[in-house]
Design a protein around this ligand. Structure first.
Ligand code: G1P
Ligand code: ZN
Length: 544
């Protein structure tokens, strides 16, 4: 059985991986040959599958299981020797990264559209991660895209579905399919990094109360196994812990808008001491202390400043943040005397720095924090890092944050997203802004004077590659800053992201309302970019 067969197909437009893989509406993915063409393009780009090994799994969204069966048949048809699949087809993104590294595979395919909604009318996605466990670099994703434009067929086999629900090894033709426990290896990795005893004695029944909102997405089984089973947090600590194909109809994005249930709980009278949430595929995190949320830029800075309290992070080689992320972590790095790198948006740029031993911790303003333990951002990892610090300092999260601001000052930060705007309008807005850049320095906008204005380009210090067009930066006096860029992860229209930050040192002004503090800068953004004038939108769709 299982002789390779070649199925003829023709190229599809638009199979260009974005910030994080190929993401499209489910309907587009369901067209015959659509998924297969892309997967074959990946296999061709890595030099064919002969004798290679792959990790495969996804966030459980609508279409996950069927896609896994089709990819298994293709892997067999392409001569792979083994595919390691998460039980039930489930692997969180950080867990997939962990498995690629631990079992030394040639890479992995992760099926997810991250925080985008799931269901027949929503989104699906697929991403190739390289042998280091991280998202494939731009050179590879560009080659995959090129390949999709000329593809005329793919290899597969005619074989029945594999049972994904039993942890077992089986053969598909000559290819071994290893269905493994989705959680165990990942949980063991986290246990090797954090002081589980200290966290467990804090979380025990009747003590410190916390809630983790899995948002009906992939982290449910991971959080239950780690927080409730291993660390002894009472049952019910994990809320919305059943993964669902449509994420319960919600938008599995851990921010103040979409994790409203948790936010309300944290603001209530009997609020837990600590709250956290993760996204569709488990790589994002949001953390909240009693009554207040911790901005991800600040979170990265606090983790860096307190890393010496965590067993796996006694020594940091350096840190990195994406360009639009506030400079809070830069101040800590300077204090510690370690380098701080500024990279374009997207996790793939951190990988080279980690592989080269230049950084230990990194993060993005978009609720992503991580370390060199894997090559993806990691939601539960960030939550355990915070719990470890809270246990070591015996102080609540809010107090730790306030002390941090007293020591380093505070970088007020916000991001305003304008979603689903007409792609042409968005492009012309960015074009007009980019054209105006050379004339901006020295200009006064409202009460603010522009110091520098440019488009961010990144020269990778490890492989020497250059990434251009990575967002417009406008810096005003006193380090106030605006950044504009278009999202690379959306599936319909365009999303404009406006990032805004301002640094405050005055100890009496560290606990003001972020949107009020940043209002003058947001006004400057409007007069420089004309968002309302060009898009007709008077307010952003999401504010974080
Ligand atoms: C967004 C975030 C970015 C993150 C990516 C994948 O990308 O802004 O920081 O790495 O999702 O989670 P964007 O839509 O802005 O291109
Ligand atoms: Zn994600």
């Amino acid at each position: 059985m299982a002789n390779s067969i070649r199925v003829a197909s023709a190229p599809f437009d638009g199979q260009k991986p974005g910030t994080s893989g190929l993401r499209k509406k489910v309907r587009e993915f369901m067209q015959p040959h659509y998924l297969e063409n892309f997967v074959q393009a990946v296999f061709d780009t890595i030099g064919g599958g002969q004798g290679k090994r792959l990790v495969l799994g996804g966030d459980g969204r609508f279409g996950n299981r069927q896609a896994i069966q089709r990819i298994l048949r293709m892997a067999c048809g392409n001569g792979f020797s083994e595919v390691i699949v998460g039980q039930g087809g489930i692997l969180s993104t950080p867990a997939a990264s962990c498995l690629i590294r631990k079992y030394g595979t040639d890479g992995g395919l992760i099926l997810s559209a991250s925080h985008n909604p799931g269901g027949p009318d929503e989104d699906f996605g697929i991403k190739f991660n390289s042998a280091n466990g991280g998202p494939a670099p731009e050179s590879i994703t560009a080659e995959i895209h090129r390949r999709t434009m000329s593809i005329d067929g793919y290899m597969t086999v005619d074989a029945p579905d594999i049972d994904l629900d039993e942890v077992a090894e089986s053969l598909l033709g000559e290819m071994r399919v290893t269905v493994i426990d989705s959680v165990a290896d990942y949980a063991a990795l986290l246990e090797s990094l954090f002081d589980f005893d200290a966290i467990a004695s804090m979380l025990g029944p009747g003590r410190f109360k916390m809630r983790f909102d899995a948002m009906h997405a992939v982290t449910g089984p991971y959080a239950r196994a780690i927080l409730e089973e291993r660390l002894g947090a009472p049952e019910g600590t994990v809320m919305n812990g059943e993964p669902r194909e449509d994420f319960g109809g919600g938008h599995p994005d851990p921010n103040l808008t979409h994790a409203a249930e948790l936010v309300e709980l944290m603001n209530g009278d009997e609020s837990p001491a600590f709250g956290a949430a993760s996204d569709g595929d488990g790589d994002r995190n949001m953390v909240l202390g009693r009554g207040g949320y911790i901005n991800p830029c600040d979170s990265l800075a606090v983790l860096t400043a307190n890393a010496h309290l965590v067993p796996g992070y006694a020594r940091l080689s350096g840190v990195a943040r994406s360009m639009p992320t506030s400079r809070a972590v830069d101040r800590v790095a300077e204090h510690l005397g370690i380098p701080c790198y500024e990279t374009p948006t997207g996790w793939k740029y951190f990988g080279n720095l980690m592989d080269d031993g230049r950084i230990t911790l990194c993060g993005e303003e978009s609720f992503g924090t991580g370390s060199n333990h894997v090559r993806e951002k990691d939601g539960l990892w960030a939550v355990l890092f915070w719990l470890n610090i809270i246990a070591a300092r015996t102080q609540p999260a809010g107090a730790i944050l306030r002390e941090h601001w007293q020591q380093y000052g505070r970088d007020y930060f916000t991001r305003h997203d304008y979603e689903g705007i007409d792609a042409e309008v968005a492009t012309s807005l960015m074009d007009q802004l980019t054209t105006s850049l050379p004339t901006l320095a020295g200009r006064t906008v409202g009460d603010l004077v522009v110091e520098t204005a440019d488009e961010f380009a990144y020269d990778d210090p490890v492989d020497g590659s250059r990434s251009e067009g990575q967002g417009v930066r406008i810096v005003f006096e006193h380090g106030r800053r605006l950044v504009f860029r278009l999202s690379g992860t959306g599936t319909s229209g365009a999303t404009l992201r406006l990032y805004c930050e301002s640094y405050e040192r005055d100890p009496t002004k560290l606990e003001l309302d972020t949107q009020r503090v940043l209002a003058p800068l947001l006004e400057a953004a409007e007069s420089l970019a004309g968002i309302a004038r060009l898009t007709g939108r008077v307010a952003p769709d999401v504010i974080t």
